[in-house]
Design a protein around this ligand. Structure first.
Ligand code: ARG
Length: 410
């Protein structure tokens, strides 16, 4: 190794190779500066004298986790009309707290899909500059949507003339909106292909953007070298988004065999927030979620979970996406046990939150697995997640970019 590098040596009961599913045990991971230099069976003699050595008895080391659908600037206690009291600067400050909680839960990378006022970009940059702790954020800024759609703001009457920042109608208008978001620095584009649960007056199963608009939008995003995520619950909207070439579909509640076949043919990733329904139905009313949204949720939640089972069984590309911010940030890890309950094995759930997500972000050369040459985003969990997936809810240590960010043993 490099004589001038800061060396960190992690000794644990095991380390998971998420690609093969094999556990290396006992395991030693050596990090120099921000890069993993080796992952091997423990050989205590091999460590440089001046290294910082951390012993994690009883723990398994995993790559830092990814959540491909969060809203860090949103709060689970603040929904519906309550949200109108929140300015974008206030939301950015809330985001500071939420970023810290998300990182402490072991999520070292997130995709933030939708934030008013580009508050997510401010948060991303503050974390990058080291002002505040948090995950690596891949941020979308305001989500694109049709007039009156799920990504518009429909809480006012026409007299108030409120239109959300991401509203654009027609192929050229959507291209222009994509260009505008890129101009202000987004990493990814999000758009609403169908209605949703939490928006006022939208039909959750109905398509919103036309196929023509989706084609233009996706073409523009790919022309510019970014990736695009489509919010879609209803079957027609899911199929149109896949045919238009989106990189991921979010929620994916109402699936049929043709939609599954299309996703497999196009290599589209599904990002399904199957924990969310439990929080919405138990805590949502207090938080200000509209009665009509609670009604919609009762129709969506169960079907989405059945669709998840079908998609897993069919072998669709799956990532971990939870819609954090609808439920409280930091509880992201709770979704793992639901992913296992509804059809994944433990390894598949962990792959969804690591290597698959890194691949969706086109970051698989740098992130998503514990391998020499990759960035040192590493977490430790107390036990073996291949035997008990619930250990993912109690992350003990979080290392991001080679730096120990969280250590609950102290
Ligand atoms: N943001 C999503 C929407 O409003 C949340 C959906 C939550 N429900 C669910 N079953 N996943 O549509």
């Amino acid at each position: 190794g490099n004589a001038f590098a800061d060396t960190l040596v992690l000794n644990a009961d095991a380390a998971l190779d998420v690609k093969s599913g094999k556990l290396i045990r006992p395991a030693t991971v050596v990090v120099e500066d921000n890069t993993i230099v080796s992952v091997s069976r423990t050989n205590r003699k091999a460590h440089p004298q001046d290294a910082t050595v951390i012993d994690l008895e009883g723990h398994t080391l995993l790559p830092g986790l990814f959540d491909m659908h969060v809203h860090l600037t949103g709060d689970a206690q603040v929904h519906g009309y309550k949200r109108l009291q929140r300015t974008a600067p206030r939301s950015a400050i809330t985001g500071v707290r939420n970023a810290k909680r998300t990182l402490a839960a072991g999520f070292t990378s997130v995709r933030n899909l939708g934030a008013p006022g580009y508050a997510d970009l401010a948060l991303r940059d503050a974390i990058y500059d080291g002002d505040v702790p948090g995950p690596r954020i891949f941020a979308s800024g305001p989500a694109l949507g049709i007039t009156g759609g799920h990504c518009d703001n429909n809480l006012f009457t026409h007299e108030h003339k409120v239109v959300a920042a991401g509203v654009a109608d027609g192929p050229w208008a959507v291209r222009q909106k994509v260009r505008e978001n890129i101009k202000y620095g987004v990493d990814v584009i999000k758009f609403c292909a169908t209605g949703g649960v939490l928006s006022k007056g939208t039909k959750v199963g109905a398509q919103q953007y036309s196929f023509e608009e989706m084609q233009a939008l996706v073409a523009e995003v790919h022309l510019r070298g970014l990736t695009v995520a489509a919010h879609a619950h209803g079957t027609d909207g899911i199929k149109s988004a896949i045919r238009a070439g989106v990189d991921s579909v979010e929620h994916v509640s109402f699936l049929d065999d043709e939609a599954i076949a299309l996703a497999k043919k196009h290599g589209t990733y599904f990002s399904m927030d199957i924990y969310n329904t439990e929080y919405i139905l138990s805590e949502g009313e207090k938080a200000g979620i509209l009665p009509e949204s609670l009604d919609k949720e009762r129709k969506v939640g169960g079907t989405q979970r059945a669709s998840f089972s079908k998609a897993v069984k069919a072998g669709v590309n799956m990532v971990f996406g939870s819609d954090g911010g609808v439920y409280p940030h930091g509880q992201n890890g709770k979704q793992f046990s639901r992913m296992v309950k509804f059809g994944m094995n433990e390894l598949q759930a962990l792959q969804a939150a690591t290597i698959n997500s890194a691949t969706l972000l086109k970051m698989q050369d740098k992130l998503g697995s514990l391998e020499p040459g990759k960035l040192a985003d590493i977490i430790a969990v107390p036990g073996n997640p291949l035997e008990d997936i619930q250990v993912m809810e109690t992350v003990t240590m979080v290392i991001k970019d080679g730096k120990v960010e969280v250590d609950t043993r102290q």
